[in-house]
Write a protein that binds this ligand. Structure first.
Ligand code: SAH
Length: 216
């Protein structure tokens, strides 16, 4: 998994950061890629809490967009890795579903040229460097409808050790979404990962964040 030390912001889809993710998908070293949605998002989606159209931000091989598609919700997935997007498209065909997958940068969501009612972020936010968080939240604001919701799950500081992505505290999530957003709730969850990666399921925070109803 690419390290999470300070680095330059993704400038192009061919820069070093994008290449590292590309190499991870090409090599198959993908602890997070469990071949099904995270149970936490399955519960939300099956509970009817995620409305369409929805964006899966940093979608990897597409399980969350495909979960939504299987529930009849229009879904778009975006990821830097061409290989991940190809894998997502081939799952879409194999499962007879309809979802759209785009190679792109979540720090430039405006390039999608459209808006969404919901955004899922499963394990993308915690890969961002400190100075990328605010630009990301600004991009989310550009592509989410007023009153729309972001569902964001990241590693929490309760996960012991330093393996895997950086840990994010509740206070950091509140800080990132302070202007024009309401952090409705943050609940403790667990990430499911491939068994060889960590013995115990990593601790996570699952945040529900609502965009202000009127644009500021
Ligand atoms: N959501 C997926 C993948 C999580 S891993 C899942 O739950 O399985 C984090 C993903 O974020 C990787 O697929 C990586 O390629 C992607 N990513 C990291 N930085 C990105 C960026 N700036 N733009 C788009 N995708 C990015």
């Amino acid at each position: 998994m690419p390290p999470k030390t300070a680095r330059a912001r993704v400038a192009t889809l061919d820069d070093e950061w994008a290449e590292r993710w590309e190499r991870a998908y090409a090599s198959g070293d993908l602890p997070w890629d469990i071949g099904r949605p995270q149970p936490a998002f399955r519960r939300l989606a099956e509970g009817g809490l995620i409305s369409g159209p929805a964006l899966d931000s940093g979608c990897g091989t597409g399980e969350h967009a495909l979960l939504l598609a299987s529930l009849g919700i229009e879904a778009v997935g975006v990821d830097l890795s061409r290989t991940a997007i190809q894998m997502a498209r081939s799952k879409t065909r194999d499962r007879g579903l309809a979802a759209t997958f785009v190679v792109g940068n979540v720090l430039d969501l405006g390039a999608l040229g459209r808006t969404f009612r919901s955004v899922i972020d499963s394990g993308m936010f915690h890969t961002l460097a400190d100075d990328e968080r605010q630009p990301y939240v600004t991009e989310l604001a550009r592509c989410i409808e007023p009153g729309g919701r972001v569902f964001l799950m990241c590693f929490s500081e309760l996960t012991p050790g330093a393996e895997g992505p950086r840990r994010v505290t509740q206070a950091e999530s509140h800080g990132a979404f302070s202007m024009g957003w309401a952090v409705e709730r943050i609940i403790p969850e667990r990430f499911e990962v491939r068994p060889q990666f960590m013995q115990n399921a990593p601790h996570a925070w699952l945040a529900t964040i609502t965009r202000a109803a009127t644009a500021e």
